[in-house]
Design a protein around this ligand. Structure first.
Ligand SMILES: Nc1nc2c(ncn2[C@@H]2O[C@H](COP(=O)(O)OP(=O)(O)OP(=O)(O)O)[C@@H](O)[C@H]2O)c(=O)[nH]1
Ligand SMILES: [Mg+2]
Length: 392
């Protein structure tokens, strides 16, 4: 295989060069945008097909019919050919990966030379644990003439703007609020904090607690003992119809807080179980509870799966436990789901506060600094090399 790299103003010119030099059989291995145009890598004598043919071509049977078929010890020729093709394919994939890494490193080096401040910002946002998409979006919002002084604060302000925050109408004016979310994220603890705060401010008279979690051991005990502690009634219900009826009976209560069982967003029965969570057509404000200590992927999955309940906002718990907040911030920024509260510990009711985006961002930066998180140039090149032309 002969491999050659071509630099040209556009794809048409690159293809013309390839055809002129390598002929019509040349195969394009990769293309890359560069500040000058495009860089194309092409090869001739490239015979590998990545997927083995569904019906391998079998050579005609040998003339020697007398040879007993059952005693042939060698693997059929098609297998050895396939193995050889596989090895060649692996080699080509390796070369391609190497080439892509080198091209990305060139692009990243070029970007750091042309836009040193933006490159530094991308590095810092990556240290914070932000996903590539949000880090690039923040850098794209920065002015062209970004200087060192503004490069330290402006990106964080832009990042904070991408994390939406809100307040809960139910907690301000009364209504019904249900806390939903994956297993063990802190729904019951958050409910206890909110109920206690309300009772401290308004007294216990107009409040009721409800749990739809009848099945799990100890879950309703938690709510009943909270009710006893606060001097407010607590109810257990397990079907949407029953919940609807109970909420009607409680219509004179100014605040009804509803605890729900944790669900596993990965469960095959998720949608079925979700249907039973809140229901009866009642007007219920839904708060999705998410643990900041979870992986970004789990958070995004939870946001996507619970979207069926149309949550008005989310509560970010375990902010105190998270070793990095980049994943949570990325998931929030990507989902555009506003945050209503941040929970930073297990104390009831102290460890809950109204969400402030810039507090979250500052905390994320502090965590990255204290943990000494650093990314190496190779990772930055792989992550942004192919994309930083867009951020230039
Ligand atoms: N560090 C820390 N721990 C928390 C926080 N919120 C809740 N926890 C703890 O997390 C654990 C689970 O809390 P729960 O409130 O029972 O969680 P849940 O979502 O109701 O759990 P299930 O009902 O089982 O799905 C408990 O040990 C809580 O004390 C928080 O903000 N920070
Ligand atoms: Mg619970």
């Amino acid at each position: 295989m002969k491999m050659q790299r071509y630099l040209a103003k556009d794809m048409r010119q690159a293809l013309a060069q390839i055809r002129a030099q390598q002929g019509p059989d040349a195969v394009i291995l990769s293309t890359q945008r560069t500040p000058e145009g495009v860089m194309v890598c092409a090869a001739v004598d490239y015979e590998f097909s990545p997927e083995p043919a569904a019906e391998p071509v079998v050579a005609p049977a040998p003339a020697d019919e007398a040879r007993p078929r059952t005693t042939v010890p060698m693997p059929p020729p098609a297998d050895s050919m396939r193995a050889e093709m596989g090895a060649v394919g692996e080699e080509i994939r390796g070369l391609r990966r190497l080439l892509e890494i080198q091209v990305a490193a060139l692009a990243w080096n070029d970007f750091t030379r042309r836009q040193p401040m933006k490159a530094r910002v991308l590095e810092e946002l990556t240290n914070v644990g932000l996903c590539r998409e949000i880090a690039l979006a923040v850098v794209n919002d920065l002015p062209e003439d970004l200087d060192a002084e503004r490069a330290s604060g402006l990106p964080l302000a832009h990042l904070a703007r991408r994390v939406l925050t809100t307040t809960s109408p139910t907690l301000e004016h009364g209504g019904r609020l249900a806390l939903v979310g994956p297993n063990g994220v802190g729904k019951t603890t958050t409910l206890a904090k909110l109920a206690t705060r309300w009772v401290m401010e308004h007294g216990p008279r107009d409040v009721a607690l409800v749990t739809t979690d009848r099945d799990r051991f100890g879950s309703h005990e938690q709510l009943l003992s909270l009710g006893r502690l606060l001097g407010v009634p607590a109810f257990i219900t397990d079907s949407p119809a029953e919940l609807g009826g109970l909420l009607e009976r409680l219509h004179e209560r100014r605040l009804v807080l509803i605890d729900t069982p944790g669900l596993n967003p990965r469960s095959e029965r998720f949608t079925e179980e979700l249907g039973g969570l809140c229901g009866g057509g009642a007007d219920i404000e839904i708060a999705l509870v998410l643990a900041a200590s979870a992986q970004a992927g789990s958070l995004e999955e939870a946001v996507a799966r619970f979207a069926a309940l149309r949550p008005a906002h989310c509560v970010l718990t375990k902010v105190d436990e998270a070793t990095s907040l980049g994943g949570a911030i990325s998931a929030l920024a990507r989902s555009a789901l506003p945050v209503a509260w941040l929970c930073k510990g297990t104390r009831v009711p102290e460890d809950i506060e109204p969400a402030r985006a810039h507090h979250l961002v500052v905390r994320a930066v502090e965590l990255a600094r204290t943990s000494g998180a650093t990314v190496d140039e190779d990772l930055l090149a792989r992550r942004f090399g192919g994309l930083c032309n867009a951020a230039a």
